[in-house]
Design a protein around this ligand. Sequence first.
Ligand code: GLU
Length: 449
Amino acid sequence: MPIRNRIKIGDFMRGVERRNPGETEFHQAAREVAESLVPFIKKNPDYTRNQILERLTEPDRIVSFRVCWEDDDGNVRTNRGYRVQFNNAIGPYKGGLRFHPSVTLSIMKFLGFEQIFKNSLTGLPMGGGKGGSDFNPRGKSEREVMRFCQAFMTELARHVGEDVDVPAGDIGVGAREIGYMFGQHRRVQGRFTGVLTGKGISFGGSLIRPEATGYGSVYFIREVLGAAADDMAGKICVVSGSGNVAQYTVEKLTQLGGRAVTMSDSDGFVHDPDGITPEKLAWIMDLKNNRRGRMSEYAKHFKCKFYKGKKPWGVRCDVAFPSATQNELNGADAKTLVKNGVKAVGEGANMPCDLDAVHVFGDAGVALAPAKACNAGGVGVSGLEMTQNSMKLRWTREEVEEKLRDIMVDIHEQCVEFGKKGRKIDYVAGANIAGFKRVADAMVAQGVV
Ligand code: GLU
């Protein structure tokens, strides 16, 4: 029998679609990676002989479980919890937990798949995983959130551990939820251990972890602009979202001399042409993190325009930071941005650009910094939190931020090494190939397991 060492995108994707029916987000993530990887894999027969791409698209295991909890009125409520343990060839599974009503198995799998490459790019020993629930934290009381987190962790506890799988936050899971889950893990396992990252500072959390994803995105874009002999000074930036990633993206880009003119939530976006200053951002942080209010209140308070039900991609800008959620920027939006002269796009969210948008930016030669490179600062500092927990020490803000900067510069260098095409850099291909290579080499070395 001849050994199969040929791979075609069409055949490969038909297999993925047949094995994972209806999981459109997962198909999308797999296709984007396959488009970059197939030409690279063809030149490396070891990868085809070992069926690395086929093995990489099949999670090691998926845990799905019922989460029962009681609301404040005494009603029993039932949600579904997941943990997708995708690949641990280079380290324990690592990736966030998302609590949002849109969570499905397809969303969990696309996020877990992306996480493999992202974590590999950080250079730290972390495999890929993701989890979460269709629980909607919006409108729930503090105690309801606590009871849900406890019920969720009661089951998850048996599947995670500091050398097995280390979850963190994502949409709907911040310091508050991590605190409750950490408390429940400690209660049911009877051990104080670095099983989660994004913890509070008083119980093993790392400084700069809340800031890391947003800061990292801006550091990455600074490198992208630097590669074209440009910098952040005076750049008009359109940011979507108003959660943790968007907030710290605005903070850092402002510190580096840029001007953020938009932020958004699921109701619409605000356009503040004067720029979201540090004072205005502090107001937004209080609105979103403490008062849990809506961006439309910002428009009223600071007397600027609110565009109900709209996305900000029509606003003229030099840099766009889609930092809300998956598929928030489509092909038509990408064409508008290109027409308006956008220079770079930094994906703060996971997979915010759909495949059409990726192709539009690629064809127009606009630098698209894909999430697995651009937003890797978050998980990068999670890796640093794990290191501090194992070493039982704590680094200063300056130490952590310097390490974060080094990680982002290093990821940029990897993208350049594997994505250089003439005078341009294809960041999507560069990130996919560099992230893949480390994991693939580890899998080849470890045999058929
Ligand atoms: N949810 C974040 C991400 O998408 C962070 C994951 C982590 O820190 O483990 O990368």
